[in-house]
Design a protein around this ligand. Structure first.
Ligand code: M6R
Length: 604
C-alpha cells in the first residue's frame, strides 16, 4: 500500500508533489509527508490523516528554485498513524520514502541501535535511511552506499531516497511494489507508484521491474537490474488523456461509479461480441488447449468475481474450476498441474497476495491469464495473457464497477470456452450473447429504485448483524453485498448460501438480525424462498430483493426482473451496492475512504 512520488526540476516542487499525492491518496490516507531539498537544505513536512491536513499545514511554504522532492501517502503497517511514523523518514542528512514492508527491519534496527543510532519512529522504513548513512561513511561513493543498502534489505519495497551528499539526485529501488519514472522535454523527472500522477506532466515513462535500483538526475536515468548490470531505460509513451476523476455532481465517487456501470460495461463489450461468438483478440487461439482445470485466484471483491466465474465455467464451459483466496493459496503448498489455466483477477493489478500467486503459477509452468483493470500493472506485465476489464479509474475504495466488469468478462469468457469446446449449442451461445448485450441496461440506476433504497436505508442502521443470502451464483453476490456493507458502514455483515443458514447461523435469528435475501425468479426461486421463510418464521427482519412479491418480507425491493438469471444478477448487484451506499451515508461515514482501508493492497 502507500503511494510515493518524486520530482527533480525547477518548477513548483511543493505543488507537484502534492498533486501527485492527491492522485495516489486512494492507496492510503493515514498520514502524508514531503521532503524538498533545494539550495543545499531540506524542508520537510508531515501531517496525520488525509492529504488536506498536509496541504493546510504547508500553505505558506513556497518552492521556486531547482529542487529534488519526495513525498508519501501512508497506509500504516508498522506503527500507528502518527506524525513521527509518517514518511519521509530522516537520517542525518537524507530522507527516504517507502512503500512495502522491510521484513528484516527488526534485526537491522537492533544492529543500528547497538551502534548508537537513535530511531524516531516505529516504522520498518526508518532503517533504510540509517543503514544508508552508515554505509555512506565507508563507501567509495554515494551510489555505492545506496547499492549496499539495497542488498541488505529483505521484503517488498519501492524506495526513493534524497540526500544532501548528492543534492540533484534521487536514488530508487523496486522489489515487489510498483514504481515508475517519467520524463519530459524540459528535463524534469517524476517518480510515482502509478502512472496517473504523471499524465499531463511527462511524455514517456519507464516502469521499473522487480530488482531494479539506481539513480536519476536532471540529465540521466541510471538503472541496474537484478544481475547487478546496468541496463537501458525502457521508455514507453504515456497516455495523454487523464480519465475524468471528478465526482460530476455525485456525493461520492462510489455513487458515481455505481451510476457509471452501464457505460463502462458497454466499453467492456466493445468489439468483443459478434452475433454468434465472443471475440477476445488479446487471447491466442491455443490458450485453452490441453486445459483440464481452471484455477481462479484473487482477494476481496475480485475473489467474489472469481467465485461467480466458477459457476459459469462449470455450467457453460464444462471445465473443472476451483477458486482460491490468494493470501491462503500462497502458503499452503498447493498442487499445481500443468493442465491448469491459472487466472488472477484484480482491479489494480498490484495486490501483493494475488501477484505472488501469479508468480508461483508462472514458476510452476502453468499458463496464466490476468483479468485486470489497469494496463501496465504488475500482473498485466507478468501474465502470459490479459483481458482488460475497461472499467476506467475506480476511486472509491469500495469496488463496484470493477466487479461489474469482471463478472461481465467471465460470462463472456465462459461462452468463449463453451464455443471452443462445443459444450453449448450454437443457438444457445447466440441467445446468451444477445443477453450479454442487455447487461448495460440491467445495471442502469432507476431513480425511483434509488429513492426507495434511500428511504429504506434508515431502517438498517443498527442491529446485531446482517446476513446477505443467495443460492448458486447469487451466493457470491451475497458475499459481495455483505463486503460492501461492512467496509463502508462498519456494521457486521456476512454473506451466506441460503440453504446453509439452517446449519448454524439461523440460531442468531431474531428481529435485530437483518436478512437481505436475493430471490431471483429464474434460478432456484422456490428453494430460496423456503430458506427465507425459515428465517421469517424465526422472526428475523427480512428485506427481500426480487421481481416477485414476497408476503413474508418486512421490506421488499422489487426489481424489474429479466428472463435470464444473469441479468437478474446484475440488477440485484446494483441494489446491494446502493443499499450499502445509503446506509453508509446515513451513518455519516466517508464512503470513498472508509477507515482502516486502502484502494490498493500492495502488502501481504
Ligand atoms: O485490486 P484488487 O482487485 O486485487 O483488490 C482486491 C481487494 O483488495 C479489493 O477488491 C477490496 O476487497 C475492495 N475494497 C472491495 O471493495
Amino acid at each position: 500500500m502507500c503511494g510515493i512520488v518524486g520530482y527533480i526540476g525547477g518548477k513548483n516542487t511543493k505543488e507537484i508533489l502534492l498533486n501527485g499525492l492527491k492522485e495516489l491518496e486512494y492507496r492510503g490516507y493515514d498520514s502524508a509527508g514531503i521532503a524538498i531539498l533545494s539550495e543545499g537544505s531540506f524542508n520537510s513536512f508531515k501531517a496525520v490523516g488525509k492529504l488536506v491536513n498536509l496541504e493546510e499545514k504547508i500553505k505558506d511554504f513556497t518552492t521556486e528554485k531547482f529542487a529534488v522532492g519526495i513525498g508519501h501517502t501512508r497506509w500504516a503497517t508498522h506503527g500507528k498513524p502518527t506524525e513521527l511514523n509518517a514518511h519521509p523518514h530522516l537520517g542525518e542528512s537524507s530522507y527516504v520514502v517507502h512503500n512495502g514492508i522491510i521484513e528484516n527491519y527488526a534485526a537491522l534496527k537492533k544492529e543500528l541501535v547497538d551502534e548508537g543510532v537513535t530511531f524516531l519512529s516505529q516504522t520498518d522504513t526508518e532503517v533504510i535511511v540509517h543503514l544508508f548513512e552508515k554505509n555512506l561513511k565507508s563507501a567509495t561513493d554515494v551510489f555505492a552506499a545506496f547499492r549496499q543498502t539495497i542488498t541488505q534489505l529483505e521484503g517488498a519495497y519501492a524506495i526513493l531516497l534524497a540526500t544532501k551528499s548528492k543534492p540533484d539526485t534521487i536514488f530508487f529501488a523496486k522489489q515487489g511494489s510498483p514504481l515508475l519514472v517519467g520524463i519530459n522535454a524540459e528535463d524534469e523527472k517524476y517518480f510515482a507508484s502509478s502512472d496517473t500522477p504523471l499524465i499531463g506532466q511527462c511524455e514517456s515513462v519507464n516502469y521499473f521491474e522487480d530488482g531494479d535500483f539506481g539513480y536519476v538526475t536532471p540529465s540521466e536515468i541510471v538503472i541496474y537490474g537484478t544481475n547487478g548490470k546496468q541496463k537501458q531505460p525502457h521508455l514507453s509513451k504515456l497516455a495523454t488523456n487523464k480519465l475524468s476523476a471528478q465526482k460530476d455532481g455525485y456525493r461520492f465517487f462510489m455513487e458515481k461509479e455505481i451510476y457509471e456501470q452501464s457505460d463502462v460495461i458497454t466499453d467492456t463489450l466493445l468489439g468483443r461480441l459478434s452475433e454468434d461468438a465472443v471475440v477476445f483478440e488479446e487471447l491466442s487461439d491455443d490458450l485453452f488447449d490441453g486445459v483440464n482445470e481452471i484455477k481462479l485466484c484473487a482477494c476481496g471483491t475480485s475473489y467474489h468475481a472469481a467465485l461467480s466465474a466458477s459457476y459459469l465455467f462449470e455450467r457453460y464451459s464444462k471445465v473443472r474450476c476451483c477458486v482460491e483466496i490468494a493470501s491462503e493459496f500462497r502458503y499452503r503448498e498447493p498442487i499445481m498441474n500443468k493442465d491448469t489455466l491459472f487466472i488472477v483477477i484484480s482491479q489494480s493489478g498490484e495486490t501483493a497476495d494475488t501477484l505472488e500467486t501469479l508468480k508461483m503459477a508462472k514458476n510452476a509452468g502453468l499458463k496464466t491469464l490476468a483479468i485486470c483493470n489497469v494496463d501496465n500493472s504488475s500482473m498485466v506485465r507478468l501474465a502470459d495473457a490479459t483481458i482488460l476489464t475497461r472499467a476506467g479509474v475506480e476511486k472509491g475504495v469500495a469496488s463496484t464497477k470493477a466487479f461489474a466488469t469482471q463478472v461481465t468478462i467471465f460470462w463472456m469468457l465462459s461462452l468463449h470456452v463453451a464455443k471452443l469446446r462445443n459444450t453449448l449449442k450454437p443457438q444457445e451461445i447466440t441467445k446468451q450473447i444477445e443477453l450479454i448485450r442487455q447487461i448495460p441496461a440491467s445495471v442502469k440506476v432507476d431513480d425511483a429504485m434509488h429513492e426507495r433504497i434511500k428511504r429504506l436505508s434508515k431502517r438498517y442502521l443498527h442491529g446485531h448483524g446482517f446476513f446477505f443470502i443467495g443460492r448458486d451464483i447469487f451466493f457470491p453476490l451475497a458475499l459481495e453485498g455483505a463486503l460492501k456493507l461492512k467496509e463502508i458502514s462498519y456494521l457486521h455483515a456476512e454473506g451466506y448460501p441460503s440453504g446453509e443458514m439452517k446449519h448454524g447461523p439461523i440460531a442468531l435469528a431474531d428481529p435485530e438480525l437483518f436478512t437481505i435475501a436475493l430471490l431471483p425468479q429464474n434460478l432456484l426461486y422456490e428453494k430460496s424462498k423456503s430458506n427465507v421463510e425459515e428465517l421469517s418464521a424465526r422472526d428475523s427482519t427480512i428485506c427481500a430483493i426480487s421481481p416477485l412479491a414476497f408476503e413474508k418480507a418486512d421490506d421488499f425491493i422489487q426489481t424489474k426482473g429479466y428472463d435470464h438469471y444473469m441479468l437478474e444478477f446484475f440488477e440485484m448487484m446494483v441494489v446491494v451496492q446502493l443499499l450499502s451506499l445509503e446506509v453508509s451515508i446515513r451513518l455519516g461515514n466517508d464512503v470513498d475512504m472508509p477507515r482502516n482501508l486502502a484502494k490498493s493492497v500492495t502488502v501481504e
